[in-house]
Design a protein. Structure first.
Length: 120
């Protein structure tokens, strides 16, 4: 991200996301079982900070406390192991109305994640 003066800036927002996903596993047999999923999610902002001009500061006042959107992806189960790719697209802007200048486009979150796990 670059600020209005062309200097680098980093906005970090931490969310607790609560997804409601439908999982489809066609022909799920054998050692490697592929699957896909999709569904809505709801996120609660846990923290927000802005790093600019060599300084860091709290940015929670300028970000919304929640968001919602859609998640989709797929993965492979291999016994107790799994690997998954997930894309989430927020439908709401992370910035509050007071923090957005008139005429600025909305700024929804987009995240691509790769996950690996083990089942117990």
């Amino acid at each position: 991200m670059v600020d209005s003066y062309g200097d680098p800036a980093t906005l970090s927002i931490t969310y607790l996301e609560l997804p409601l996903l439908v999982r489809v596993a066609p022909g799920a047999s054998g050692r490697y079982r592929p699957y896909g999923f999709a569904g809505p999610f709801f996120g609660l902002r846990m923290s927000a900070s802005l790093d600019a001009y060599g300084d860091s500061g709290d940015f929670t006042e300028s970000t919304r406390g929640s968001e919602f959107g859609v998640a989709l992806g797929g993965g492979v189960d291999a016994g107790r192991w799994l690997v998954e790719g997930r894309f989430t697209q927020g439908f709401t802007s992370f910035a509050t109305d007071e923090a957005t200048a008139p005429g600025e486009p909305s700024a929804p979150n987009r995240v691509f994640a790769i996950l690996a796990g083990i089942r117990f």
